[in-house]
Design a protein around this ligand. Structure first.
Ligand SMILES: [Zn+2]
Length: 249
């Protein structure tokens, strides 16, 4: 039964990931998310339903449009696989329940935010602001006696990034501040782990990108994807990481 449910979680993640590809492409361009249906950017032909199956279709078509042969970026199956893995991990760590549902929605929002920031250097209000409200409301519903932990975590994380942005110009954007608000409202005390991992990954990632010559020292590197990755890890294993750390010190 658990194996069956795990499979359902993974497939649901793949399908949501396919929708996130649409969100990542269209939301920053202010296009409708529902109309028109998916079409090839090369020839404009609508994508047939059997060519729209997550990952499998991309593999079967060897990453090319059936009509014109235009390349379909490997990013599309990657986003689907990543979302599938996130949903599977959420189910394996927390089982079936309301918390897992909240977590899955949070992880989906993080995937969309990370890739939109990567492409456009913006963190869309249309995701993080409703995300923050829904995050706080659902956290209070799930943990009524500890509501203040989530409120303080969100406001604290946002204030921390705002302070860094003010002190160190060119670092943090206001989008990162709003992302941190959503993160704290969902993660509660685990937001500390998310911020630590985000800064660690951002620092290492920045050094690697500069060393590889992909980025110059003066280039701005979007911080959103690193924060989102830290938040994803913290949402799944935050309490275990805190326990491990406290035992370590
Ligand atoms: Zn085409």
């Amino acid at each position: 039964m658990d194996t069956y449910l795990a499979l359902v979680a993974a497939i649901l993640g793949l399908v949501i990931g396919s929708f996130l590809n649409v969100v990542i492409y269209r939301l920053p361009r202010h296009e409708s998310l529902s109309r028109p249906g998916s079409h090839c950017p090369g020839c404009g032909q609508p994508v047939r339903w059997y060519d729209n199956v997550p990952i499998a279709s991309w593999v079967a078509l060897r990453g090319r449009c059936r009509d014109c042969g235009e390349r379909i970026a490997w990013r599309y199956p990657l986003v689907e696989a990543l979302t599938g893995a996130c949903f599977l991990a959420a189910f394996l760590v927390y089982g079936l329940g309301w918390h897992t549902l909240q977590l899955a929605a949070f992880l989906a929002a993080l995937v969309a935010v990370a890739f939109i920031d990567l492409d456009h250097r913006i963190i869309p209000d249309r995701i993080v602001l409703p995300g923050a409200v829904i995050g706080l409301v659902t956290s209070i519903a799930l943990h009524p006696s500890r509501w203040w932990v989530y409120a303080v975590a969100g406001v604290g994380a946002a204030a921390f990034l705002l302070a860094i942005g003010l002190i160190w110009s060119g670092g943090m954007g206001f989008g990162d501040v709003k992302l941190a608000l959503m993160m704290g409202f969902v993660l509660g005390s685990s937001v500390v782990v998310a911020m630590f991992l985000g800064f660690l990954a951002g620092g290492i990632g920045g050094i690697v990108l500069i060393a590889l010559g992909v980025k110059k020292r003066k280039d701005k590197i979007p911080f959103g994807p690193f924060l989102a990755a830290g938040a994803a890890v913290a949402s799944l294993w935050g309490p275990s990481i805190i326990d491990w750390y406290l035992r370590f010190v």
